[in-house]
Write a protein that binds this ligand. Structure first.
Ligand code: DLL
Length: 447
C-alpha cells in the first residue's frame, strides 16, 4: 500500500514540486531570518537566483555547530508564537540542538511518518506498540503522530519497562513495533528468560531505527520474533524520524521523502557534490519546514543514493542503509574502518551474543582496538560468591572451545577489516543494555 500518490510521482513531477518549495523556502528564510540572510548575502546569493534545482549548490552548507552557535532560537525562521512544539537532541556535553515545529510542521511530520509506517506494511488494523522514547527525543512523538494518522491503535509505552513491554505485547495483541533494534534485542533476551516464544505472539512487523544496525542483525531479529523488520531513518534537525524508510516489499534501501527533504551526497572532505550511486556524506535541505528550515545540512551520515525502480512502486529516491558516520571513522595503523563493521562479523559466530562494545585506547604512540563481546550461556559458568547480581556471578569458561572463539574472531575481523584487534569475552549480561540508542563505541584516546 502507498499512503500518498506523491510517492509514485514521475521524476519531472517531483522536480517541479521540489523547485517550487525550494524557491519559497529560500525567500521565506531570507526575509525572516537575519542569521541566514547575512550568510546568503556573504555568499552573494539572492532568492531570485534560485531558478533550477541545481542552484541549490549556491547555498552555503549548514553544520551542527551553526545550530549550536545560534542556540536556542536564532536559526528559527518562524515567529516564536507560531511554534507549537520543541524537541532537542540528547547531546552529552554542552547545549542541546533545538528544533521547533509550527502546526504545519507537525502536519508534515505526521504525513511523512504515515508514509513510513505504511511503507513498512502497517495499517489501521494494527496495534502499534511505540517503544521509542517520548520526550525531547523525536522518536516517540514522531511515531505516535504517524501511527494515529494512519489509524493504527497506538500504545504510547515509550522506552524501558522491559517486562511491562512484554506483558502488553501479549495482552493487547500487539502486531507492530516501533523501537530501536538494540532495545528490541534486550526485550528478546528478557522474554526468552521468562520462557516466552515471541514467534507465537501476534507480532508481524517492526520499524527499527535511530541507530546503526546491520542486515545480519535484521536477520536475527526477524528470526527471533517471526516478523518483518524495516529500517527507518531520520534526525532531529531535519524533522526526527520520517526522513526515510524502507518498504516491506524490498527492504533494501530507504525511500527518502524528497518532496520535503531534498538530499545530496557530498565528498565530506571537499564538499563536492557526488553523482547517484557514489558513497559520501548525506546532506539535506528542508524545503517545506517552517520552524527552523535548514539549507544543505551536513548530517555526517555516510550512504549513497539511487533512483532505480522499486518493487513497491514508489519512485522516491532511495538511500542505502547507513554505512557509518564521519565522526566514527577510525584510522588505525593506516587502515580506515567503522566500529560498526564489526557487528556482522560477530553475528556469524555461534558462541557469542550481539551484545558488544568497541573500545579504542592509545597505548604509547599506537591506537589499540578492543572488542568486548558477551559469550552465550554455554560458554559461561556460575561462580559462587557473595555478590548480589546474577551477572556478577558468571565467569567466562576457560576451555578450548572458548579460546577458539577468540582466535576465530580475531582472524575474521582481521580478514574483513584489515587490523588485528584484541577480543575480550565477557560473561552474559555484563555489557550495559540500552533503553534507547545503544552506545557501542567508546573512544578513550586523548583528544
Ligand atoms: O534518532 C530520529 C529517529 C528516531 C530516527 C526514531 C529513527 C527512529 P537523532 O537523535 O537526532 O534523531 O539522531 C539522528 O541517528 O544522524 C544517524 O546517525 C542516527 N540514525 C537515525 N536513524 C538511523 C538508522 C533520531 N536507521 C542520528 N540507521 C542520525 C543508522 C540512524 N543510524
Amino acid at each position: 500500500m502507498i499512503w500518498n500518490h506523491v510517492e509514485t510521482s514521475s521524476r519531472n513531477e517531483m522536480k517541479s514540486i521540489q523547485l517550487g518549495r525550494l524557491q519559497q523556502t529560500v525567500s521565506r528564510v531570507y526575509d525572516n531570518n537575519p542569521v541566514y540572510r547575512k550568510r546568503l548575502d556573504e555568499n552573494g546569493v539572492k532568492p531570485a537566483q534560485i531558478k533550477t534545482l541545481d542552484d541549490i549548490r549556491r547555498l552555503p552548507f549548514t553544520v551542527k555547530d551553526d545550530i549550536r552557535d545560534n542556540y536556542p532560537f536564532n536559526l528559527f525562521t518562524a515567529k516564536q508564537e507560531d511554534v507549537v512544539e520543541y524537541h532537542a537532541t540528547s547531546g552529552t556535553t554542552g547545549k542541546p540542538i533545538i528544533v521547533g515545529y509550527t502546526r504545519n510542521d507537525l502536519d508534515t511530520w505526521s504525513e511523512v511518518m504515515a508514509r513510513c509506517l505504511t511503507s513498512a506494511g502497517i495499517t489501521k488494523n494494527d496495534v502499534l506498540q511505540n517503544i521509542y522514547g517520548y520526550g525531547l527525543f523525536t522518536g516517540g512523538l514522531g511515531a505516535h503522530y504517524g501511527g494515529i494518522k494512519i489509524g493504527a491503535a497506538v500504545i504510547p509505552i515509550s522506552g524501558g519497562n522491559t517486562q511491562k513491554q512484554i506483558m502488553l505485547m501479549q495482552d493487547f495483541g500487539t502486531t507492530a513495533l516501533t523501537v530501536t533494534p538494540s532495545f528490541l534485542m534486550h526485550v528478546q533476551e528478557v522474554g526468552t528468560e521468562m520462557g516466552i516464544d515471541f514467534r507465537k505472539l501476534k507480532l508481524r512487523t517492526a520499524v527499527l531505527g535511530a541507530e546503526f544496525w546491520t542486515d545480519s542483525m535484521r536477520g536475527k531479529i526477524q528470526e527471533d520474533f517471526g516478523i518483518k523488520a524495516c529500517d527507518i531513518y531520520g534526525l532531529s534537525e531535519i524533522i526526527g524520524p520520517g526522513v526515510a524508510c524502507e518498504c516491506h516489499e524490498a527492504r533494501n534501501g530507504l525511500h527518502i521523502n524528497e518532496d520535503y527533504f531534498y538530499p545530496e551526497i557530498i565528498n565530506p572532505e571537499t564538499g563536492e557534490v557526488l553523482p547517484l550511486g557514489e558513497e559520501g556524506e548525506l546532506v539535506f535541505t528542508t524545503i517545506a519546514n517552517e520552524g527552523q528550515p535548514l539549507f544543505r545540512y551536513r548530517t555526517r551520515d555516510l550512504t549513497s543514493l539511487s533512483q532505480e525502480s522499486c518493487a513497491c512502486g514508489r519512485t522516491l529516491v532511495k538511500m542505502k542503509k547507513l554505512v557509518g558516520r564521519t565522526d566514527d571513522l577510525l584510522i588505525i595503523r593506516g587502515v580506515n574502518f567503522f566500529p560498526s563493521q564489526i557487528e556482522s562479523i560477530i553475528l556469524k559466530h555461534p558462541g557469542v551474543t550481539p551484545h558488544y562494545l568497541v573500545v579504542v585506547e592509545r597505548n604509547g604512540a599506537l591506537d589499540e582496538v578492543e572488542v568486548r563481546i558477551e559469550v552465550t550461556d554455554q560458554h559461561a559458568y556460575k561462580y559462587v560468591a557473595e555478590t548480589m547480581t546474577v551477572s556478577q556471578n558468571q565467569r567466562v569458561s576457560d576451555d578450548r572451545a572458548t579460546r577458539d572463539i577468540v582466535k576465530n574472531l580475531v582472524r575474521d575481523i582481521k580478514d574483513v577489516v584489515g587490523i588485528t584487534v584484541k577480543v575480550t569475552l565477557m560473561p552474559p549480561g555484563t555489557i550495559p543494555r540500552s533503553e534507547g540508542k545503544a552506545k557501542r563505541f567508546i573512544d578513550n584516546r586523548p583528544k
